[in-house]
Design a protein around this ligand. Structure first.
Ligand code: C2O
Ligand code: CU
Length: 473
């Protein structure tokens, strides 16, 4: 007999961060169902801000979806958003017609229509879902999707945290034309800032009106209660549209076990995470003493303080929490090279189908971001046969990082900026550094056949053409 569980995601509830152990009935079921209804929603994380959002089930971010690896999943997507749109299941390997890429794997679902997505979620790990047309993503159509790995170490407490930001919609349009006046807000001493020429004119950044974690801005974010002696697991997503986020918990180091949901060969302990757009990290910390600390997104935006949540032990609810400076000077933050270690040999690409992709465009006043000089759909596609091994080397000739993402596959990062990784990192989204940075992926074309998008996850760059496809013949 098929046992079914329904994810109860009541409308109007605030996103909760705590991930309680799954109910027995959920573990025991082999089929998990949810209805996701997208509809306009006023979003006011700070007084005076009234953002015309679009929410899944009345929540921004949408409900955290959780299944156990091996369970089948069905989402009935009801579109009342006002736009034609789709739901993409970021990081999942699934049948191509369930991938939710509008115009590629399915036509967009019209406003007032619905679509049933059904698949076996996997690989296990911290994945997410979002609208793939762009207008929904910028307005709030995104959420975490956790595929529980029954073999994972048990945490004493576990929290899901979506870092997201409220964009100024007019600056998105300007950024797409390359005429936005929004500046860079990366933390002091970050490579993003230090690699930028002085007085450099950007034109491609979005301005953000508020910074949030799980739908709220500090001090209204829901505090995370922890106990001394506990090992705590955080599942973190950067759902910002354009900005890499450095994330730090004052007074603690974070041990990263998974990047984009996939386990690291060796956990890496750092002072801060560096999370590109669309990336996820699972990070653990130990509570060794009582106290109150802030978990924060670091940036030089004057409103950066809003992206914080209180972590406290009982009795310290009202204590002044320890915070972190808006600088990454002198601290160890997560890098692919530190996580993978450096090997002396070059990556072995023998027998692979090799592609060199130069990332370009984005000149001031330009509305184009390119791969090998072309914008989607005129970009060079990669044609594969099942089980082909494909290597893609990116070279970034622009002055912004590019979080390059591949649908429907997990790739290994083999090389970063000329350094070979001793332990390739399994990921689905990876940052390619500015001004000559390189990064090489290798993946096997053993996913369900079809057309799989490869694109930059910076929403402006994606909409301005930095996208191509892997096409199974
Ligand atoms: Cu998060 Cu085309 O993806
Ligand atoms: Cu980009």
């Amino acid at each position: 007999m098929r046992r079914r569980a329904f994810i109860r995601a009541a409308a109007g509830t605030v996103a909760v961060s705590v991930l309680p152990p799954l109910r027995e009935s959920v573990w025991a079921s082999d089929f998990v169902e949810v209805t996701l209804t997208a509809a306009p929603q006023r979003f006011s994380p700070v007084p005076g801000l009234n953002f015309d959002g679009v929410a899944f089930n009345g929540m921004i971010p949408g409900p955290v979806l959780r299944v156990v690896h091996g369970q089948r999943f069905r989402a009935t997507f009801v579109n009342r958003s006002g736009y034609p749109t789709t739901v993409h299941w970021h990081g999942m390997i699934l049948p191509n017609n369930m991938d939710g890429a509008d115009g590629v794997t399915q036509p967009a679902v019209r406003d007032g229509g619905s679509f049933d997505y059904e698949f076996l979620p996997g690989p296990p790990g911290t994945r997410w879902y979002h609208d793939h047309v762009g207008r929904g993503l910028e307005r709030g159509m995104f959420g975490l999707f956790i595929v529980e790995d029954p073999n994972d170490a048990r945490a004493d407490a576990e929290f899901a945290l979506v870092f997201h930001d409220v964009p100024s919609l007019s600056t998105i349009a300007a950024a797409m034309r390359g005429t936005s006046s929004a500046g860079m807000v990366d933390p002091f001493d970050s490579p993003e800032l230090t690699q930028m020429a002085p007085n450099h004119r950007m034109g491609d950044e979005i301005a953000y009106e508020a910074h949030c974690i799980n739908g709220a801005s500090y001090p209204s974010t829901t505090p995370l209660r922890v106990d001394v002696g506990h090992r705590v697991r955080l599942r973190i997503l950067n759902a910002n549209l354009t900005q890499t986020r450095y994330i730090r918990l004052a007074g603690h180091q974070l041990t990263v076990t998974h990047s984009d949901g996939d386990p690291l060969a060796r956990p890496l302990t750092v002072d801060a995470l560096r999370v590109g757009v669309g990336e996820r990290y699972d990070a653990w910390f130990e509570v060794s003493k009582p106290g109150a600390w802030l978990l924060q997104g670091l940036s030089t935006d004057p409103l950066a303080y809003q992206q914080a949540v209180l972590v406290y032990t009982p009795g310290f609810e009202r204590a002044t929490p320890l915070g972190s400076p808006e600088s990454v000077a002198g601290i160890d933050y997560f890098t692919y090279a530190a996580a993978g270690g450096i090997a002396s040999a070059e990556p072995d690409l023998a027998g692979t189908q090799f592609h060199d992709f130069t990332l370009g465009g984005g000149a001031s006043g330009s509305d184009q971001w390119t791969i090998n000089g072309a914008v989607y759909p005129n970009t060079q596609k990669i044609y594969v046969k099942p089980n082909d091994v494909v290597a893609v080397r990116f070279t970034n000739k622009t002055d912004m990082d590019h979080p390059m993402h591949l649908h429907g596959h997990v790739f290994d990062v083999l090389e970063v900026d000329g350094k070979t990784l001793a332990r390739p990192l399994a990921k689905d989204t990876s940052l390619v550094r500015t001004n000559g940075g390189t990064l090489t992926w290798r993946f096997t074309a053993n996913s369900p056949p079809g057309r799989w998008l490869l694109h930059c996850h910076n929403a402006v760059h994606m909409m301005d053409g930095m996208m191509t496809e892997i096409v199974y013949r």
